[in-house]
Ligand binder design. Structure first.
Ligand code: RP5
Length: 169
């Protein structure tokens, strides 16, 4: 397998059901990635080592997901100039998910984290692939095909619905 160019990290194994959707999308697009657990609060030294070695290890984008007091994406972004995509997760310690959304979204000036929707890890995978796709024509073509397939699927559903003969307003 080729060297990973996207790093997917999450605060806990309990985040995996959400975060694996980013991994699944990158697999579908044939983007080499690595995936692991890095906790801002439980393994702070590992978090620092991960962020500070990311570029020299060949990563181009980092996708970081966490729930509750979600400091992982922001802390990673504070230690690398690679783009960081944050995934807020509705976890067992979330109040309602806003805690995680706001922790990831409301970064101070100068340290951006591209924040996707609550549990929106598929979009994080798509965005990571799109960033890589700015410099990779083959991948850009795969992404265009993906968009086309979404359009076709919506149009097919729409014509099915129109064919049901439901009363019109
Ligand atoms: C966060 O706390 C993790 O990212 C996870 O979403 C949440 C709960 O972690 P566990 O207690 O399930 O390990 O740091």
């Amino acid at each position: 397998m080729s060297k990973p160019i996207v790093g997917i990290i999450m605060g806990s194994q309990s985040d995996l059901p959400v975060m694996r959707k980013a991994a699944d999308f990158l697999s579908e697009m044939k983007v080499p990635f690595e995936i692991t657990i890095v906790s801002a609060h439980r393994t702070p030294e590992r978090m620092m080592a991960y962020a500070s070695s990311a570029r020299s290890r060949g990563l181009k984008v980092i996708v970081a997901g966490a729930g509750g007091a979600a400091h992982l994406p922001g802390m990673i972004a504070s230690m690398t100039s690679l783009p960081v995509i944050g995934v807020p997760i509705k976890s067992s310690n979330s109040i309602d998910g806003w805690d995680s959304i706001l922790s990831i979204l409301q970064m101070p000036g100068g340290v951006p984290v591209a924040t996707v929707a609550l549990d929106g890890s598929k979009n994080a995978g798509i965005l990571a692939a799109q960033i890589i796709g700015t410099m990779d024509k083959t991948l850009a073509k795969r992404l265009d095909k993906y968009k086309e397939s979404m359009k076709e699927s919506v149009l097919a559903t729409a014509s099915e619905l129109e064919g049901l003969g439901l009363p019109k307003p």
